[in-house]
Design a binder for this molecule. Structure first.
Ligand code: ADP
Ligand code: MG
Length: 455
């Protein structure tokens, strides 16, 4: 397969990569990535943007050669990659420092593994520590450092390797808002000053503003399975001015894409250079269609915030900023209100439907009725659970039964989250009860009685 061409300046090229993991039921496979094609060229900052679970970390690990693709190839400097990619270094969200080593020892670790002589190691480590603003802390231990300083060590440890491509996996998301803002700005300054210790940066993020701020190009990953939906060129002079109209338009546009899985990333929209068709496979069973993870409390809270806006309509980026909610937390709630027919999303705006307005303003009893009606209509998993319970003489069923069904379609952790979400919705709608001590679902007496009366 060496016939596959890579552009001459490509540092990393991903060609037709698929990745799947075996499912807990032992029979099927969970497709995490489908037909991924992308390139990182010399001299650019690329952001890989996608929601939680879209396979960003998996793709990054494949590019780093930490795990192999199930199908397809990765090329590093035009050559097929086997094993660990020596041309990259990684910065992790979790810092991943060794607590029993000092700052300097942590930074030197990778060089030691390369067999570099002690003096040179020391020299390069001190330079990297200096670059991230940690001079004076060389002999400190990680536990003495704040989160922001720990991540500075994380950067120094990657910088010292002078990789061609620096891979960053949500490097700012474990930090508080101010610290992450500060560190993000410094990384951007280093890059813009031309003193950055790598030729290119690939940053994985779920934060739209972060992608637009740092990157020259934002590649957008869709979910289930992870696939490239297209890319948006950030046609702004560096450093990207957040207050400019163009910045806001780009953020708005990416919100529009991220809130509409069906929207095609087309050339008529701002500055698109490529697109890939998306086809949503028809779900095989009511349990195969994943629910967005949002609690009823979050759903009604969001609707109440939107209804206070003129015409029950809100701009999504502004809404996110107003309520200080991360995109990753906001989007599942938006998905839920759309799925339930309480709102519609288009052009970066969210607009309540009549039912949504009714739900947000009516009494608690009637809002439960509305929720039940909408959930039964739009959430096959819920109606299927109710039907199963109705078919049982005991009107109850072990939770395990439903978890096993979910295990056929999701990794176990995700199956448990799906179950927790559907139970939250079903309980609120009073469609069924969940007894945690017995780990059973059962029909509430009223529903059960209504069913029994039927012929
Ligand atoms: P992201 O970084 O975009 O949040 P990940 O790449 O971490 O997404 O995960 C994508 C999906 O792949 C998730 O549903 C996750 O549960 C699944 N996954 C990741 N690694 C494994 C693994 N080793 N085994 C099984 N499933 C995995
Ligand atoms: Mg991740």
């Amino acid at each position: 397969m060496t016939t596959m061409q890579t552009p001459p300046d490509s540092l990393i090229a991903v060609k037709q990569v698929h990745k799947s993991f075996p499912l807990p039921d032992g029979k099927g496979e969970f497709n995490v990535l489908r037909d991924i094609n992308m390139t990182v060229r010399a001299g650019e900052v690329v952001a890989l943007l996608g929601r939680s679970g879209s396979g960003k970390s998996t793709l990054l690990r494949i590019m780093a050669g930490l795990i192999p693709p199930s199908q397809g190839r990765v090329f590093s400097n035009g050559k097929p990659l086997y094993g660990a990619n020596k041309n990259v270094a990684m910065v992790f969200q979790s810092f991943a420092l060794l607590p029993w080593l000092t700052v300097q020892e942590n930074v030197e670790l990778g060089l030691e593994a390369q067999g570099m002589p002690r003096d040179e190691r020391r020299h390069r480590a001190l330079k990297a520590i200096d670059l991230v603003g940690l001079d004076g802390f060389e002999s400190a231990y990680p536990k003495e450092l704040s989160g922001g300083m720990k991540q500075r060590v994380g950067f120094a440890r990657a910088f010292v390797l002078e990789p061609q491509v620096l891979l960053m996996d949500e490097p700012f998301s474990a930090l508080d808002v101010l610290t992450s803002e500060n560190l993000r700005g410094e990384i951007d300054d280093l890059w813009n000053a031309g003193t950055f210790p790598s030729k290119s940066i690939l940053i994985v993020t779920h934060n739209i503003e972060e992608g637009v701020f740092l990157a020259d190009r934002v590649i957008i990953l869709g979910s289930n399975p992870g696939q490239v939906r297209g890319e948006v060129v950030i046609d702004l002079p560096r450093s990207h001015d957040r207050t400019s109209d163009r910045f806001k338009a780009l953020v708005d546009y990416i919100y529009t894409i991220m809130t509409n899985p069906e929207v095609e990333v087309t050339a008529s929209a701002p500055a698109i250079v490529s697109k890939t068709p998306t086809e949503t496979p028809v779900p095989r069973s009511p349990y195969a269609k994943a629910l967005p993870h949002a609690r009823v409390g979050g759903i009604s809270g969001l609707l109440e915030l939107i209804i206070d806006q003129p015409d029950g309509k809100d701009d999504i980026p502004r809404l996110a900023e107003r309520i200080q909610l991360e995109v990753d937390d906001l989007l599942p709630i938006l998905d839920s209100v759309v799925l339930l027919g309480f709102a519609e999303v288009s052009q970066g705006d969210v607009q309540l439907t009549e039912i949504g307005q009714d739900f947000a303003t009516t009494t608690i009893l009637r809002s439960k009725d509305l929720f039940r009606q909408q959930a039964l209509q739009n959430v096959p998993m819920l109606s299927s659970i109710v039907q199963t319970l109705q078919e049982k003489r005991s009107r109850s069923m072990r939770a395990d039964f439903f978890l096993d069904l979910l295990d056929e379609y999701y990794p176990h952790e995700e199956a448990e989250r799906q179950f927790a979400t559907v139970v939250d919705w079903g309980r609120y709608a009073e469609l069924f009860e969940y007894d945690a001590s017995e780990d059973r679902l059962y029909l509430p007496e009223l529903v059960a009685a209504a069913v029994t009366e039927e012929p």
